[in-house]
Structures are given as structure tokens and as C-alpha cells.
Design a protein around this ligand. Structure first.
Ligand code: F6P
Length: 364
């Protein structure tokens, strides 16, 4: 099949590196003489073009992608409410109505003569990309998430930047915790995987790290804090993944309007510690700060590699695959394999062993 025009969509939560992928896809497609358009706000630009005064897609040229690689966010916009196969609206009574409006997406792609789609996103976006490919569209997935929880790829872009920022924050919290003899409980994102908490916690010399993969006993954290107090180190840093859970306990969620998201475990740990240790205990929630900022060099390089590989894959006639990091190379993995499980922290891996060997309490 001859390719003349491709489209890019960015879906789900933003992550540092999205703009670098957009730039890499655009430049390498232009090298092959293809035209590139960006779909605004996930697939919304094609689903509801009438809502966009300037049109739901935007032409991506060498000029429009100049100087964007270092920027956080996405120049295309994104959404995690735009699944064309399960589009959700509310009826007059406030009940959620589910609709399959994927035909609109197909029409939009056909009307614009788009020959292939590069879908950049996390597990939700990869599942949608697979469904679109099954409808006969040529689709290549690019793995994005700060959580690093997408299966079949050694890394997703955005993760390294999130870990670097969290590690920097832990450094800053050390000095103030030390100065005031406080326990600082730091909650980080990551959904049901402990990658950010564990990697930032080890790199940032945390004293305890609580991750979803290891249900925790608060007494183990108390023991660690008390033993530090006894040795004259009367401050501690406790990193808590938002998806961590106590043994026999429950996940914590916060409601943000209609949206319910993981959150609040840091505060719960703080509340428990306050009555169990003599130190003053404070909570810091890093939250969406982890999604912002300039991508690290590692993330920018990965984004460029993924973007170029996605275009290469289209040129090679591939479809229904995700580009995946498999050092030292990038390989193609069937999209349907990428969403069958969440890539969690392996308990027999060396990062867990390292944490234990450094004396970090993991709550077990
Ligand atoms: O998947 C990325 C992520 O930032 C998670 O770590 C977090 O649980 C979730 O998105 C938050 O999503 P939202 O911005 O929609 O609240």
C-alpha cells in the first residue's frame, strides 16, 4: 500500500516526551515524502470536528514541530474520556450512557485520506488502537506513561522524567525533614505499579517505600523510623505509591468531581504514623507535578527512537503493532499482547533486592 498521509493522536494522561514523539514522527514521515496531521484531543478532533473552529486536525510540518521536543504536555491536546468504542455521555437524569461511535472515527480517517495512524498512549490507548486496527486501519502504537506499567516494553517514555523529578523532590525533603526531625510521607503516582515509588525511593535514599506489589504492615515502617530515631537520625522519608495497600486493607481513592482516582494513601499512612511514632509527620503529594516539565535526555531519546520506529514500521507495511524498547533495539510487538497484563515490579528483581540490601523498609 502506498502511504501519502498519516495521522498522530495522543491519548490518556500526558507524559513528558509526547512532543518529542510528535516531532520525530513528523520529521521521519516528511523524509519519506508523506504528509502528517495531528488529531486534536485524542480522537475528539475526528469524532467531533464541528467543535473545533480551526478544524479537528492540524497539519504538522517541519515548522510546526520546530522547538517542541523539550516541552512537556502535547501540542495536540489529549483526553482520557474519548474512547470511540465506549463513548460516555450523561442523559438528562445524570446517568452515564455508553455509545460506540467508532464509525465516526473511520469516516473521519477516510474523509481526510489518512493511510495510517500513529497512536501514542498507555494501556487504554493501546487497547483502543488495537480495536481500530481490527477495523482495517493501519495502526502503530507508541508506548507512553509515567507509570512504566505497559507490558512488552522495557520502558515507556515519561517514566524517567517522573523518577528524576521525584528523586529531586526527595533530596529537597531530606534537608527540611532533617532540620525539623520530621517524618515526611511522600505520595507518588503510578496506578497499580510501584515503579516510580521504588526507583525514586531507592535513588533518593528513602527509608521506607510502600508499593502495590508488597502489601504493607505499618508496624514495619514504625520499626524503621524508631530505629533511626534511636541511632540519632530523628527524621525519615517514607515514599508511598498511590496504589499501595495495607495488608488486609483497601486501596484509597479520591473523588475529583465525577472522576474517581487513586489517591489518599499517603495521608492514611501519615494518620497511622502520627499515633505510632514520636516525630511530627507530614504528607507531601507529588501528584501531577510528576507529569510536567522538560523530558530528560533519556526520555527525549526514547521518544525520538519510538517516533522514528513507528514511521519505519508503517513504511515496512506493519500494522496492529506497538513499537517497544528491547535494548539495544526497538522491536515490534502485536498490540493485543501489550494490554493483557499490567507490568508490575518483579519481586525477585534486583531493584527490590537493592532496596532490602540498603536497609530500606518495604513494609513486609
Ligand atoms: O497514568 C498516569 C497517571 O498520572 C497515573 O499515575 C495516575 O493514577 C493517573 O494518571 C491520574 O490521572 P488523571 O490525571 O486523569 O487524574
Amino acid at each position: 500500500m502506498t502511504i501519502n498521509k498519516i495521522a498522530i493522536s495522543t491519548g490518556g494522561g500526558d507524559a513528558p516526551g509526547l512532543n518529542a514523539v510528535i516531532r520525530a514522527v513528523t520529521l521521519s514521515a516528511h523524509m519519506r515524502g508523506w504528509e502528517v496531521v495531528g488529531i486534536k484531543d485524542g480522537y475528539n478532533g475526528l469524532l467531533f470536528p464541528e467543535k473545533y473552529p480551526g478544524g479537528g486536525t492540524t497539519l504538522l510540518t517541519r515548522e510546526t514541530v520546530r522547538g517542541i521536543a523539550h516541552l512537556g504536555g502535547t501540542i495536540l491536546g489529549t483526553t482520557n474520556r474519548g474512547n470511540p468504542f465506549d463513548y460516555q455521555t450523561k442523559d438528562a437524569d445524570g446517568n452515564i450512557v455508553h455509545q460506540d461511535i467508532s464509525d465516526r472515527l473511520l469516516n473521519g480517517l477516510q474523509e481526510q485520506s489518512i493511510d495510517a495512524l500513529v497512536a501514542i498512549g498507555g494501556d487504554g490507548s493501546m487497547a483502543i488502537a488495537h480495536q481500530i486496527a481490527e477495523m482495517g486501519v493501519r495502526v502503530i502504537g507508541v508506548p507512553k506513561t509515567i507509570d512504566n506499567d505497559l507490558d512488552q516494553t522495557t520502558a515507556t517514555f515519561g517514566f524517567d522524567t517522573a523518577v528524576a523529578f521525584a528523586t529531586d523532590c526527595l533530596g529537597r525533603l531530606h534537608s527540611t525533614a532533617h532540620a525539623h526531625d520530621r517524618v515526611m510521607v511522600v505520595e507518588v503516582m503510578g496506578r497499580h505499579a510501584g515503579w516510580i515509588a521504588l526507583c525514586a525511593g531507592v535513588a533518593g535514599s528513602a527509608d521506607a517505600i510502600l508499593i502495590p506489589e508488597i502489601p504493607f504492615d505499618i508496624q514495619k515502617v514504625v520499626e524503621k523510623i524508631k530505629s533511626r530515631n534511636a541511632s540519632g537520625r530523628e527524621f525519615s522519608i517514607v515514599v508511598v505509591a498511590e496504589g499501595a495497600l495495607p495488608i488486609g486493607g483497601e486501596l484509597q481513592y479520591l473523588a475529583h468531581g465525577d472522576v474517581k482516582r487513586l489517591g489518599g494513601m499517603g495521608q492514611m499512612v501519615t494518620d497511622q504514623l502520627r499515633v505510632l511514632v514520636p516525630n511530627e509527620v507530614r504528607t507531601v503529594v507529588l501528584g501531577h507535578l510528576l507529569r510536567g516539565g522538560t523530558p530528560t535526555a533519556r526520555d527525549r531519546l526514547l521518544s525520538m527512537r519510538f517516533g522514528a520506529a513507528a514511521v519505519r514500521a508503517i513504511a515496512e507495511g506493519e500494522s496492529n503493532i506497538m513499537v517497544a524498547l528491547d535494548p539495544p533495539t526497538v522491536r515490534y510487538v502485536p498490540l493485543e499482547l501489550c494490554t493483557q497484563r499490567t507490568k508490575t515490579v518483579p519481586l525477585d528483581g534486583d531493584i527490590i533486592a537493592t532496596a532490602r540490601e540498603l536497609g530500606i523498609a518495604l513494609g513486609d
